[in-house]
Design a protein around this ligand. Structure first.
Ligand code: FPP
Length: 245
């Protein structure tokens, strides 16, 4: 099954970039009287399904908000559980990602992550570096403001070192200092679970993105849910601040 989006205006030749704020794992589990981590585990299964469906859905870049800079406030049990879920996902999915042509990257401030997890992230990024069919980017210990602050610091250091001149700082230059430097900007940002906040996700990159908020909780989100959202997105008109002739 291949889904085309003939009505999509402004989707770059590099391919559709969809970013997802995966929300509602905790509620999904609580609604069933189960521990929150069960919801996260189900959520990881949904990630695997969606990644596999990306080529059929016409998604070349998929960026997922897995752990925010604010998520450290959760219980130690939940934080540790999420970290081991990420590690397990990387180890278990490596072969499948290579088989499906998935290149995995991680964005966010990884310095605060456990050394073993950092090692695994470095490994999976190298291991899948030759793949180009689907670009999966996972945001871990990610915050848009934190990313912009880190980029600003790096720019300031390069100006001080004489590598760039202050007059050269432009939108394009700032983009090159972000964690997402090699990725196109997202065309569409989806948030699940009925919340209608942006929650510090891709603040710079999503300047012209379309937003879709769906009441579906992430553990119930299937490739078919994404297809319905993409159909609605295809019907929208993107003007990037201009006018349509
Ligand atoms: C938000 O739902 C979800 C998270 C903070 C974790 C997202 C993680 C996964 C989907 C696990 C697997 C991810 C990868 C990339 C392997 P919430 O717990 O805040 O839900 P709630 O608002 O109902 O409490």
């Amino acid at each position: 099954m291949r889904i085309d989006h003939p009505g999509l205006c402004g989707v770059p030749a590099s391919g559709l970039h969809v970013a997802v704020i995966m929300d509602g794992n905790g509620r999904w589990a609580s609604n069933r009287g189960w521990p929150r981590l069960v919801g996260h585990r189900k959520g990881a299964e949904r990630v695997r399904e969606l990644v596999a469906a990306c080529p059929d859905l016409g998604i070349r870049y998929l960026t997922l908000y897995a752990f925010s800079t604010e998520n450290w406030k959760r219980s130690t049990e939940e934080v540790m559980g999420l970290m081991s879920l990420f590690a397990r996902y990387i180890k278990r999915e490596a072969a499948r990602m290579n088989h499906e042509g998935v290149r995995m990257r991680v964005i966010g401030d990884r310095t605060r992550l456990d050394a073993k997890l950092i090692g695994l992230i470095d490994w999976i990024e190298r291991e899948t570096a030759g793949n180009d069919r689907v670009h999966l980017t996972v945001a871990m210990n990610y915050g848009g403001r934190n990313e912009i602050a880190r980029a600003t610091g790096a720019i300031a250091r390069d100006v001080a070192a004489g590598k760039i001149r202050a007059e050269e700082i432009s939108d394009a230059l700032v983009s090159r200092y972000l964690d997402t430097a090699v990725l196109p900007d997202p065309d569409l940002v989806v948030r699940t679970s009925g919340e209608t906040r942006v929650s510090n996700f891709l603040l710079w990159q999503a300047a012209y993105a379309e937003y879709v908020f769906t009441p579906v909780l992430w553990p119930d989100f299937t490739p078919q849910t994404m297809q319905t959202i993409l159909d609605a997105f295809a019907a929208r008109e993107r003007r990037f601040g201009g006018v349509v002739a």
